[in-house]
Write a protein that binds this ligand. Structure first.
Ligand SMILES: [Zn+2]
Length: 236
């Protein structure tokens, strides 16, 4: 199809005709044609294909927000820049100065990310390469990393994977909007972990979501713990 190209920052969105594959569900659409909106970056690399233009624009806007830098103060007084989208998994620096991230927010498994792209590393033939640009990197990045310098603050040192807190003010929506703008993550994101009241059955101590019924509980990442506890009415 001939369609209009849309630009969102460095991203280009182009409609393209796709043919549904043999694996398509439901089976009736196999072999039929549809439209997808393809998102490519400034270098023309494919980023995503979405089923609507609106979704493609939203995806590109989210990538731009996630890539925006946020300055984090460390325990030794240094300041480093971390992409906003990676703040919730940022854990500090290792002894070589690599940025260390957790594999998942609540996971204790941490690894160093590449200096070129801030990406994880992976094995390729006999070498270890950056997962984003395939440059050969320090083989050490292929394994786990230990934090040598955590973010600044007492709470960050005590709770290296973050801490479950409760928003105790009377404007949860305004609070969530302020945190999104100024701290780079969204406490109201339904995919974020929240505290689960202890139930005595050995079940997980967290679920996902953000609501009044759970006291507006959310997991505050270690990089923001001290600053957010000092500024907002947060209970622990
Ligand atoms: Zn790279």
């Amino acid at each position: 199809m001939t369609g209009q190209t849309t630009r969102v920052g460095p991203y280009t969105i182009t409609p393209e005709t796709i043919t549904y594959s043999q694996a398509a569900e439901p089976p009736e659409i196999r072999g039929t044609e549809g439209t997808a909106w393809r998102v490519t970056d400034a270098d023309g690399r494919w980023c995503a294909s979405m089923t609507s233009e609106q979704a493609a624009v939203g995806y590109a806007e989210q990538r731009i927000r996630d890539a925006a830098p946020f300055e984090v103060e460390l325990a030794d007084g240094r300041r480093v820049s971390v992409p906003r989208g990676a703040l919730v998994t940022f854990r500090g620096l290792d002894r070589y100065g690599y940025h260390v991230h957790a594999a998942e927010e609540l996971s204790g498994y941490t690894y160093g990310v590449t200096r070129c792209c801030g990406a994880s590393a992976k094995g390729a033939d006999a070498e270890v390469v950056c997962r984003a640009c395939y440059t050969v990197v320090d083989p050490y990045l292929g394994g786990p990393a230990e934090v040598a310098v955590p973010p600044a603050g007492e709470a960050a040192a005590l709770f290296p994977t973050g801490r479950f807190v409760y928003y105790e003010g009377d404007d949860p929506d305004g609070f969530a909007a302020t945190v999104r703008d100024e701290f780079g993550f969204d406490p109201s994101d339904p995919r974020r972990p929240r505290r689960n009241p202890p139930n005595g059955y050995g079940l997980p101590v967290f679920e996902y979501g953000w609501d009044a019924g759970h006291g507006w509980s959310f997991l505050c990442p270690p990089v923001h713990l001290d600053a957010m506890l000092a500024r907002f009415p947060l209970g622990t």
